[in-house]
Design a protein around this ligand. Structure first.
Ligand code: 26V
Length: 758
């Protein structure tokens, strides 16, 4: 759908900038294109018939928007040609756009993919969130350690428009004014929806003192300053509740206002609204809606019924420590108006079940947000088949026996517009040439690529595109991080948040093992480049120690003439959506090595697969479904099963020390962490702490999977080196089976089973 031609773009740009394109700076061109895109987006806003979805989430990791929106509006090719004709480059233009880092990782990125799919499928669905002034911190490496800096992404060039709409929100007994900002979400050849972000006018960046630390007490000045401020202290945890309530209270008021404007009498709210609660961060929307409906004269019992019918909850983690629970005292301080409502909800629960562990408020006066969600919404879903089964059968089994009909699975997905069309245009073009453009909106058509599995010409082109993407990544790494890499090496990538359950430390131990092997003359069949991208939570000491160990090892290897010819470790600084878009298309082997049962789904795994990488992974999260789709010949699976892991936890009989004592390979790798050479390049204290953690605790069972990991990884490297055509064929099979992992499919399922939008 060509909306505008090159000539028209050219004229519009000249008109807006009031000079020739050659004379424009990239900033000027960017601002002008932002205007054009916004105008085009507005034309596609549609009025809503029937029910509308509100996806409430503390995070929307939307990434840069210009190219994405131009693609979705059908303007990208024309803009690119126009710029090129005047000696300007799209890539450089993109660099002037700040990335809105409004999320930590998978949960926030999923919300962004969902918004894209909703608009593309022409479904009425808006996001509701917060307009953080600083997104996730910027990561810097100093002395092989992570340092955090504030990430100011606002500043005139962003996409969120200030509106005149405001809502009064009472925090700790004082009234604050939440202002609505709106950001257009353009669907691919679809409608425009909106991401609604709330903020306070009084927020003031001057309260930031050093790095990302700031005065946590004055909420009028700091409330939306940072995405998830550090919650390792009480002030940080309280601030998080303040943030959450600002979002849900303003959001709930906006929803009710919109519905009433469209004709609702609030008793019939279900005919006008569906609300999806993205993890527990927005859970207070339940008591808040009950409170607001009460103010409109609806009695408590009916309000509870209405809210239960309208709201649905998605669970994104089985890690107990990540399930939010707040001391009732905290809620009494921040949201005293909600506490009596939560107490009444807790009483209802106690009438429904005698099982005290299903209560909302436990014996120590702690409020369990997920429990409130499950009792008072009509749907609880997990995000991959295995995850949902674990929720039903172990983590949330007591709730499943109470409400079997509420539980359902919605395996995650990714938007192919950003994660293929935008980030890997060469591959997208090849696919289009082979099977036509239909796959862009109907992802299951990708399966037709299988017809080409025996076509050597096609396989060669596929391999060629991968190589070119590796060259592009190498150039980008050289230009942005001064790191030299060789695209002829095999690229193995693990990029995701740094967390022990994701087991970057397993990869680290492998790399140490490899170092020893090379030292003793056992070279890999092809030189290997291990690439990492990961941020660690600022207060997560062991995660930071793992980064430190990897960066230190990287230096040790770099300075070793023998080993560096065969092995390189690259740790990409400040991993974010923009970096992911460069790394994922260039990957040969995708590392998805979490401890089975711990990764709810993973979505990076899907992005790598779609871009033709083979997966080295455990049977965890959506890896299980990827393995089923591609078949065992086309994936490298290793490690304990989720059953074995869960059993080990139940018996409590895992001893890291035993594995260390009895396995020489493991011992050699772990001992090396505090060897002379490592402590010469790195910091002894950090390396020792990590070593202790691995030998004394190893809560995520790295050691039992160590040898199996080595065997499968060696196999993958040998296969890649010895039979490139066969590798390309398996890469093609992976791409062809990626259709199921389109977020369009996920959204269609949410709509079919939960939202029922028209
Ligand atoms: C949160 C926290 C916070 C406190 C300390 C430890 C910890 C560990 C994990 C989390 C995760 C929060 C929820 C989350 O981001 N889940 C991710 O959601 C993705 C989208 O569904 C999914 O693909 C990932 O597997 C899941 O980890």
């Amino acid at each position: 759908m060509k909306v505008k031609g090159v000539k028209e773009i050219e004229n519009t740009l000249i008109n807006i900038c009031k000079k020739e394109i050659e004379q424009c700076s990239y900033e000027e061109l960017y601002t002008a294109l932002l205007c054009i895109t916004e105008e085009e987006s507005k034309k596609r806003a549609r009025s809503v018939e029937g029910r509308k979805l509100y996806y409430i989430s503390a995070e929307f990791l939307i990434g840069k928007l210009l190219s994405n929106n131009l693609i979705n509006l059908g303007l990208y090719d024309a803009v690119k040609s126009c710029l090129n004709a005047h000696g300007k480059s799209m890539a450089e233009l993109e660099e002037t756009e700040p990335e809105p880092g409004l999320g930590n990782g998978g949960l926030g990125r999923l919300a962004a993919c969902f918004l894209d799919s909703l608009a593309t499928l022409n479904l009425p669905g808006d996001g509701i969130g917060l307009r953080y002034h600083c997104g996730l911190f910027r990561q810097r490496f100093e002395d092989q350690s992570q340092r955090e800096l504030p990430d100011f992404w606002l500043g005139g060039r962003d996409w969120a428009r200030k509106t005149g709409k405001t809502y009064a929100v009472s925090l700790a007994g004082r009234d604050y004014t939440a202002r609505l900002y709106q950001l257009a979400v353009t669907g691919y050849e679809g409608r425009t929806n909106y991401l609604n972000l709330f903020d306070l006018d009084t927020v003031d960046p001057s309260v930031i003192s050093k790095g990302i630390s700031f005065d946590k007490d004055d909420i009028s000045r700091n409330l939306t300053l940072f995405l998830y401020p550090d919650d390792s202290d009480e002030a940080g945890r309280l601030l998080r509740i303040y943030q959450q309530y600002l979002m849900v209270s303003a959001g709930a008021q906006m929803i009710l206002e919109e519905c009433v404007e469209r004709g609702s009498n609030l008793h019939d709210l279900y005919d006008y609204a569906a609300i999806q609660i993205n993890d527990t961060h927005p859970s207070m929307v339940i008591p808040e809606l009950i409170r607001l409906l009460g103010k409109e004269g609806i009695d408590f019992g009916e309000a509870v019924e209405i809210v239960t019918k309208v709201c649905a909850y998605t669970n994104h983690t089985i890690l107990a420590e990540a399930l939010e629970k707040w001391p009732k005292d905290y809620l009494n301080t921040v949201v005293p108006q909600l506490v009596p409502i939560i107490e009444k909800l807790d009483e209802i629960v106690r009438e429904r079940t005698e099982d005290a562990s299903a209560a909302i408020i436990d014996a120590s006066e702690t409020v369990h947000m997920a429990h409130m969600d499950i009792h008072f919404t009509h749907s609880t879903n997990g995000v991959a088949a295995l995850h949902t089964e674990i929720l039903k059968n172990s983590e949330l089994s007591r709730f499943y026996s109470l409400y079997p009909e509420k539980f359902n699975n919605k395996t995650n997905g990714i938007t192919f517009r950003r994660w293929l069309l935008k980030c890997n245009p060469k591959l997208a073009d090849l696919i289009e040439e082979l099977i036509g453009p239909g796959y862009k909106k109907n992802a299951s058509e990708l399966e037709r690529l299988k017809d080409f599995a025996g076509d050597e010409e096609v396989l060669k082109r596929l391999a060629q595109i991968k190589h070119e993407n590796k060259e592009t990544l190498a150039q980008w790494l050289g230009h942005t991080q001064k790191i030299r890499t060789n695209p002829d090496c095999m690229f193995l990538i693990q990029s995701k948040r740094l967390h022990e359950y994701k087991r970057q430390q397993l990869n680290l131990l492998y790399l140490i093992h490899k170092y020893f092997e090379i030292k003793s003359g056992h070279m890999p069949k092809i030189p290997v480049t291990a690439i990492f991208g990961a941020k660690a939570a600022p207060a997560y000491t062991i995660a930071k120690d793992i980064i430190h160990a990897l960066l230190t090892l990287s230096k040790v290897i770099e300075d070793d003439q023998e080993v560096s010819q065969w092995l390189q470790i690259v740790f990409v600084e400040n991993y974010n959506v923009t970096a992911a878009e460069k790394m994922i298309p260039a990957c040969d082997l995708s590392e998805q090595i979490s401890l089975a049962s711990k990764e709810a789904s993973g979505t990076g795994n899907m992005k790598f697969m779609l871009n033709g990488a083979l997966t080295l992974g455990t049977l965890d999260g959506a890896n299980v479904e990827i393995a089923e789709a591609v078949g065992e010949k086309n994936i490298y699976i290793f490690g304990q099963s989720s059953r074995q892991v869960i059993r080990r936890y139940a018996h409590g009989d895992y001893s890291a020390r035993e594995w260390y004592d009895t396995d020489a390979n493991i011992r050699r790798a772990i001992d090396f962490l505090t060897s002379e050479i490592m402590t010469e390049y790195g910091t002894q204290e950090k390396l020792e702490r990590l070593q202790k953690e691995l030998t004394n605790k190893d809560w995520f069972q790295t050691l039992p999977d160590f040898n199996a990991y080595i065997v499968r990884k060696e196999q993958a490297i040998a296969d890649y080196a010895l039979n490139p055509m066969e590798w390309a064929k398996r890469s093609l099979v992976n791409i062809s089976m990626a259709g199921y992992f389109s977020s369009d499919r996920t959204i269609e399922e949410y709509n079919r089973d939960i939202w029922h939008l028209r």
